[in-house]
Ligand binder design. Structure first.
Ligand code: ADP
Ligand code: MG
Length: 244
């Protein structure tokens, strides 16, 4: 199996605050990893270190066997193109249509011609159930629809892995399901995914592996069955007793 992402003894400090305490982790091609854990445990920082949005304090980050934590920005940008990221806030460009938002990176970064970009973006909008919204503006869409556009936009760069940081946390409850369904469908296509979420039902149903993070460490990891039904660590048991 191909390793897509790997960290070795990854640490991150903000000032004196040691937020990641030496994380060894591996993500294989096609795996869906769901990271759970309390607020402040370092989940976002870990994700942001994977694509070097945060510079690790020590340790290594590998993307497909290449150590990337020492690369210069120009090379990093090339690598980051291959890691799609979806955040809690969708950050669509308000002055562009939905189609133009998805087209932006393929045209400006990959230099696709307009017709090819349109065709690819429309297919992606179909994939996330928004084929009829190409000419709409972001403001006319619901939060769930905007987040699905953000997913299509990330997919437009044909990433090797998709990183999701609480993609449904900012949504009204009735819109959470449509976004999770798009993510579930994406998982079925074989996309490698690392997902931070508080949606435990989704984690149980879709994850190949669940990682429980607490206090800057991956405390426990295993299949959903192992982590949810038979947690070995007291900290995992305490967390699950609060959220399940
Ligand atoms: P989680 O995503 O699990 O809630 P975070 O990774 O966001 O946790 O945060 C972990 C810790 O790092 C928290 O104590 C947070 O305050 C701190 N932290 C995160 N980002 C920064 C930053 N840019 N500057 C200073 N401290 C930060
Ligand atoms: Mg977070």
């Amino acid at each position: 199996m191909e390793t897509i992402l790997k960290t070795q003894q990854l640490t991150k400090k903000f000032g004196d605050n040691l937020v990641l305490k030496g994380i060894d982790s591996e993500v294989q091609a096609g795996q869906v990893i769901v990271i759970i854990g309390p607020s402040g445990s370092g989940k976002s920082t870990y994700l942001r270190c994977l694509n070097l949005l945060e510079q690790p304090t020590s340790g290594q980050v590998f993307f497909k066997d290449q150590e990337i934590n020492e690369l210069d920005e120009a090379h990093l940008d090339q690598i980051r193109e291959k890691m799609g990221m979806v955040f809690q806030s969708f950050n669509l460009f308000a002055n562009y249509t939905v189609l133009e938002n998805v087209n932006l990176a393929p045209i400006n970064v990959q230099h696709l011609d307009q017709a090819t970009a349109n065709q690819q973006s429309l297919a992606l909008l179909e994939q996330v159930g928004l084929g009829d919204k190409a000419t709409a503006t972001p403001a006319s869409l619901s939060g769930g629809q905007q987040q699905r556009v953000a997913i299509a936009r990330a997919l437009a760069m044909k990433p090797d892995v998709m990183l999701f940081d609480e993609p449904t946390s900012a949504l009204d409850p009735e819109m959470v399901g449509e976004v999770l369904n798009v993510m579930r469908d994406l998982a079925k296509t074989g996309m490698t995914m690392v997902i931070v979420t508080h949606e435990m039902g989704f984690a149980k149903n879709v994850a190949d592996e669940v990682w429980f993070m607490d206090d800057g460490q991956v405390v426990e990891q295993g299949t959903p069955e192992q982590v949810f039904e038979h947690p070995q660590e007291q900290r995992t048991q305490d967390f699950l007793s609060k959220v399940l």
